[in-house]
Design a protein around this ligand. Structure first.
Ligand code: N01
Length: 553
């Protein structure tokens, strides 16, 4: 393999690398480190001004890890990182996670190979040279045999298309594109659209400062106590002393966390026993709530109903005004939208300066320069917060829209479904790899660990190509079909596809509607390594510099 050099193209010099990576978030940072360890020349591009990806952009008030928390939402590739980094809280706030990632970037001198403030506008494959070329908005023209898309599963903001929204003359912020400068809510009338994780984390914070907050809710949410607390010195010492065994457990656990999977069905217990378990988990809080639940909450309607009833009763109890409480009651299967951790969200509706609009009965009609108008009337506002989420999982790949064989665009290929193989590769797009793309466990797995494991597989694949003097790898269309069927079969055995959510693409108008996450958890990693061990089953290879000379595997 080559190291970085330059060649001349018709538009000036073309930088040459072994691998180009798009995205300098958690996945792209590890990709860079891993590929460098392999002795490859790597260039990373990111539109942001520094590392961190989602943690660089999502600076809204209240932003915190809302998964199973620190210290297990972190890299595992370097033992030193756990030894030298002091996580303070179980649900670390955005600034703490970003500080950790900055430490990783410093520690491994990552920034020297990352080009920031650089947006990749075009990425296309050249069949004759078996190389990808990219062009950026800063005039960079670069080429490499391999393109790794670490573009983020939750990074393309979903902007609602509501009549008059662009006429609104007050301040307007999307939670996923929050300004770096402080935002003051003091004395302001703020409307928040969206009650997903971002809305539910930010609304209590905004309400503490603002004159008035109007929450515009399309779908009520089940939300669970975050249970954030300081990490004790004993826990920190335990993680440091026993890091290897924690990592081994994370790698074998379904979701990538160091906990035991719960084998018991909810239906084995009496209603009183179930209630007692739910109450215990509710009091403790944290994402561990879902990990310590019964095994069939996401598969049995009856089991699901028992938890849904429990949470609805909690909401009714917390929220004083019965009319508001009723609007906050979700009416779909619990946990079939991404579970949310909250800290004082439901209590916020007991404040005098907070009101709730149920958009299902009182929809937004339009915005004016100074207000939002719903069917029932006008709400004057100074600020609009869009907590409207993301074109998740596939959106950032489609925004990049790479061009593969014959100039075919990914948008064309993914018109009806996000065809891919193993959630890593796409037929017609040789030598392109995705991290946390559709068809992978991505957002259903510990994301830093998942990124490491997918990247390790990609690294091994690149080594295989090099050793075998192969120039290109690409999945067969049949392999994509079979993988897509497996993704859907796993999903259809659960209640998840039966609810509209960003997992199913229902939050973005016009998006293909199906559950595109691989629900096999840690089994996925076994599967992809088995395929590699069996000679990269389902892929087709080309010899180096002999395009068209394909060998099926
Ligand atoms: O986005 P969401 P999010 N009109 O899609 C509503 C991760 N995360 O940014 O439910 C009116 O969940 C939409 O309504 P509905 C986490 O995985 C992590 O909150 O589609 N409303 C919903 O209420 C999370 O799940 C962390 O009917 C509209 C809301 O906007 C994921 O990111 C923190 C609308 C969007 O909720 C996404 O969370 C935050 C419209 N036109 C998030 N369009 C941390 O770990 C959308 N909505 C720190």
């Amino acid at each position: 393999m080559t190291s970085m050099n330059q060649q001349s193209g018709k538009n000036g010099p073309i930088e040459q690398y072994d691998v180009m990576v798009i995205g300098a978030g958690v996945s792209g940072m590890y990709a860079l480190h891993h590929l460098r360890q392999m002795g490859l020349s790597v260039r990373v591009y990111d539109g942001a001004s520094d590392i961190g990806g989602t943690w660089w952009y999502n600076r809204y008030p209240g932003a915190r890890v809302d998964g199973p928390g620190s210290p297990f939402y972190s890299y595992t590739f370097s033992e030193e990182l756990i030894q030298e980094w002091d996580w303070e809280e179980t649900q670390s706030e955005q600034s703490a996670v970003l500080a950790y990632l900055e430490h990783v970037a410093d520690r491994f001198d990552l920034r020297r190979d990352i080009q920031f403030d650089t947006w990749v506008q075009d990425a296309r494959y050249d069949e004759a040279t078996q190389r990808w070329t990219v062009e950026t908005d800063t005039g960079v023209h670069a080429s490499a045999p391999f393109l790794i898309c670490a573009v983020g599963a939750l990074s393309t903001a979903n902007m609602p298309d509501i009549p008059g929204i662009h006429d609104f003359a007050g301040e307007c912020y999307h939670t996923g594109r929050w300004p770096h400068e402080p935002v003051s809510f003091e004395g302001k009338r703020v409307a928040v659209i969206g009650t997903g994780s971002s809305g539910i984390q930010s609304i209590p914070e905004i309400a503490r400062e603002a004159e008035h907050v109007t929450v515009l809710q399309r779908t009520p949410q089940y939300a669970f106590p975050a249970g954030n607390r300081p990490i004790t010195p004993e826990e920190r010492a335990d993680a440091r002393t026993n890091w290897d065994s924690f990592v081994a457990k994370m790698r074998s656990n379904f979701g990538g966390f160091p906990y035991d999977n719960q084998p018991r069905s909810a239906l084995e217990d009496t209603p009183e026993q179930r209630e007692a378990l739910y109450e215990e988990l509710w009091q403790r809080g944290s994402f561990k709530f879902f990990l310590d639940l019964y095994s069939d909450i996401a598969t049995s309607e009856e089991a699901n109903q028992s938890l849904a009833d429990f949470v609805r009763a909690k909401i009714r109890k917390i929220v004083h005004d019965p009319v508001t409480a009723k609007k906050l009651l979700p009416d779909y299967f619990v946990i079939t939208k991404r579970p949310i951790l909250e800290d004082g969200y439901f209590e916020t509706f007991n404040r005098d300066n907070v009101s709730l609009v149920d958009l299902r009965e009182d929809p937004i009609e339009r915005f004016t320069r100074t207000s939002v108008v719903t069917r029932s009337g006008e709400h004057p506002i100074d600020m609009l917060v869009l907590a409207t989420g993301f074109d998740a999982i596939s959106g950032s790949m489609l925004r990049l829209n790479p061009k593969g064989r014959g100039g075919m665009s990914l948008a064309e290929k993914w018109k009806d479904r996000f065809h891919n193989y193993l959630g890593l590769t796409v037929a017609g797009f040789p030598n392109l790899f995705m991290i946390h793309g559709p068809g992978s466990p991505g957002v259903f797995y510990n994301m830093p660990l998942g990124a490491e494991r997918q990247m390790d597989w990609i690294g091994r694949c690149l080594r295989h190509l090099d050793e075998q003097e192969l120039g290109a790898i690409e999945p067969l269309a049949d392999s994509e079909e079979a993988w897509g069927a497996e993704v859907s079969a796993l999903a259809n055995a659960t209640l998840f596809p039966r609810t509209d959510s960003w997992w199913t693409g229902a939050n973005v108008p016009g998006k293909p509607r199906y559950f595109s996450v691989y629900l096999g958890g840690s089994i996925y990693y076994q599967r992809i390594y088995d395929m590699a061990d069996n000679g990269y089953q389902g892929f087709v290879f080309e010899k180096e510099n002999q395009p068209g000379n394909a060998e099926a595997s």
